[in-house]
Design a protein around this ligand. Structure first.
Ligand code: SF4
Length: 382
């Protein structure tokens, strides 16, 4: 492992096995194992052009490059935080346009949340973790996308490894200390190669789409055998001070290919509260993506249902601001207190806070989004 980071320009149309070859030759990468495991980011049901997920064309180009080298056994695997049940998984593959990859005989796609995935125990600072065996038996290629994140500021190569965890451990990471847990995870997990899909990216209140996050077209691909060096290079491109990101150690790296100065872009930095008109979604530091996705599902359902949308408008008109709070120990001082305010708490993690402050609360981990809709719109329901 060395600290060289390769950077090339590529639009999505140009992205092909030739571009991957050009990128990997820059860092002189030579795979050591004869089977391949690719770990993209498939966190939610968005198309590749959103920047939220790893674009399927990038994955296809990587597959084509390795097939050309003689590989005939390629496994793509992801453990999505919310879309873990079999029908959810099929839905996410369809929404993210990954279904066509499944039709290729040399490629297998695995839902890492399935019970039959072989896992082995890793010992780490916080005890034991069960991680998929495939990251050892296969050449492990980590393929994140370049995004901001409202809790960790950025979501890059180090953070993408969290998708290998069991769902219960993903939640535990958030509940304990997300930054330190990701830092420690990256001490025991070293991908053989990390390829960053920075063709489409997310700025603002990432990592998902919302009114305060935006897709950016950067048209870059980066690669390194050192994930931390790669994340350092990405932070420099995005305009984030690496010293302020607790889970990515600052390291010296050498970039090859496109000069970083030429592609530096000041990404909008994330904030704790995301506003949907006058409704603020406040995800406390320890909230996990389960509640984040449940919130998105609730808002999407309301937006696409005329009757519910009207009710939401009625509710919005009654208050200057409405805040929906998720996650353990939220900090009330983060909320701009106005006279005409309504605060509602959602999910098991925020129960104590809700009871203490006498705010309305709904249970669930995460709460069912249909019940969340009824809870939110209760006072304007007939
Ligand atoms: S209640 Fe929500 S934030 Fe808390 S662990 Fe469950 S899904 Fe995550």
């Amino acid at each position: 492992m060395n600290n060289i980071v390769g950077i090339i320009n590529s639009t999505i149309e140009e992205c092909s096995y030739k571009k991957i070859k050009e990128l990997l030759e820059l860092i002189n990468y030579k795979p050591k194992k004869n089977k391949l495991f690719l770990k993209p980011n498939l966190v939610t049901d968005e198309p590749g052009e959103s920047g939220v997920i790893t674009h399927p064309k990038v994955i296809e180009s990587i597959c084509d490059y390795f097939l050309d080298l003689g590989y005939d056994n390629i496994v793509i695997g992801e453990g999505s935080a919310f879309f873990y049940k079999p029908h959810h998984w099929e839905y996410i593959l369809k929404s993210c346009n990954y279904e066509y990859l499944k039709k290729r005989s040399e490629i297998k796609i695995l839902n890492l949340e399935e019970k039959n995935i072989d896992r082995e125990i890793y010992h780490w600072k916080y005890g034991k973790l069960k991680l998929p065996k495939i990251i050892n038996t296969h050449e492990y290629i980590n393929i994140p996308t370049m995004k901001t994140h409202y809790q960790t500021q950025v979501s890059l190569g180090c953070k993408n490894q969290k998708g290998l965890l069991l769902l219960k451990d993903k939640k535990m990471f958030h509940k304990k200390n997300l930054n330190d847990y990701i830092l420690e995870l990256n001490k025991i997990l070293k991908p053989d190669l990390t390829i960053m899909d920075a063709i489409y990216c997310i700025e603002g209140n990432g990592p998902a789409k919302n009114p305060m996050s935006h897709s950016l077209e950067l048209n870059l691909l980066l690669a390194s055998t050192n994930t931390i060096a790669l994340d350092n290079a990405c932070c420099e491109i995005m305009g984030f001070d690496i010293e302020k990101i607790p889970y990515i150690p600052k390291v010296k790296f050498q970039s090859k290919g496109v000069a970083i100065e030429k592609v530096k872009t000041n990404f909008k930095h994330p904030t704790w509260i995301t506003y949907f008109d006058n409704i603020g979604r406040y995800m406390a530091e320890k909230a996990c993506s389960g509640c984040q996705i449940a919130h998105s599902q609730m808002m999407r359902k309301i937006n696409f249902t005329e009757e519910l949308n009207k009710k939401l408008d009625n509710l919005k008109n009654r208050y200057q601001n409405i805040y929906l709070i998720y996650g353990e120990n939220p900090d009330l001082s983060e909320i701009p207190l106005v006279d005409d305010i309504k605060i509602m708490c959602l999910g098991n993690c925020v129960k104590k806070f809700a009871k203490k402050n006498n705010f309305p609360w709904i249970s669930g981990c995460p709460p069912d989004y249909h019940k969340m809709i009824a809870f939110l719109l209760e006072e304007v329901m007939e």
